[in-house]
Ligand binder design. Structure first.
Ligand code: SAM
Length: 209
């Protein structure tokens, strides 16, 4: 995928998010390597923030859909990147949207079935609080992803961490995570998350079977 890395670096500097540059480039390289993203594809970025939207503004063939519970961030991004589709989901999250009206355990993404070639959940399941929310989000992901589509997802797992349903740093057991993805996601790549360092997440790229 032809994203100009010099331009990406400059834009990240301009937006003051240079600290996210290397993990973004790392993800782009892995998606290339594992054929998870091709020109003309549709990305759904859940808990999107800004960084992949900015990267995809350099690849105009990509159809990018960003969803987040943070209304300010979605509003600002929709002005900055009007070529993308933006969804503000007023879903409750103790850290990011404590007064949200919608229940995350039953929330249905306002996104059509089988549209996504790649679903991104970067540092999202690390804030989802309960196992029921994670299960609901994974069910919705299975609904919106195309057969053969890819999922990029990161977790805090136990061990090595203590199980925790705090939105600041949600941890599920390794067995729970494996149970939630087994039978429908074929893992192509996983790395890290083996120690308790605060930001050390178990990162996965899988393909829907
Ligand atoms: C740590 S940030 C990650 C942002 C972005 N994915 C990245 O990697 O730079 C977590 C994001 O998830 C969003 N978020 C929190 N709970 C959410 C939920 N239940 N549904 C969707 N997004 C949520 C937050 O508003 C925030 O933008």
């Amino acid at each position: 995928m032809p994203i100009d890395r010099d331009q990406l670096k400059l834009l990240y500097e301009e937006r003051n998010i240079s600290q996210k540059l290397w993990t973004t480039e790392w993800a782009l390289d892995l998606w290339n390597k594992y054929d998870a993203l091709k020109s003309g594809d549709t990305i759904v970025d859940l808990g999107c923030g800004e960084r992949f939207a900015l990267a995809m503004s350099l690849e105009p063939t990509i159809n990018y859909i960003g969803l987040d519970v943070n209304s300010d961030s979605v509003e600002e991004s929709s002005k900055r990147y009007p070529q993308h589709r933006w969804i503000h989901a007023d879903v409750r999250n103790e850290m990011y949207n404590p007064t949200g009206l919608l229940d995350p355990e039953t929330f249905n993404f306002p996104i059509e079935d089988k549209v996504a070639d790649l679903v991104i959940c970067a540092s999202l399941f690390t804030h989802l609080e309960t196992l029921e929310v994670a299960k609901n989000y994974l069910q919705e992901i299975q609904r919106i992803i195309k057969p053969g589509g890819h999922l990029w997802i990161s977790w805090f797992r136990s061990p090595p961490n203590e199980v925790c349903s705090d939105a600041k740093r949600t941890v599920y057991t390794e067995a729970e995570i494996i149970n939630m993805i087994s039978g429908w996601l074929n893992l192509k790549f996983t790395t890290a998350g083996m120690n308790e360092n605060y930001h050390n997440q178990w990162v996965m790229l899988g393909q829907v079977q």
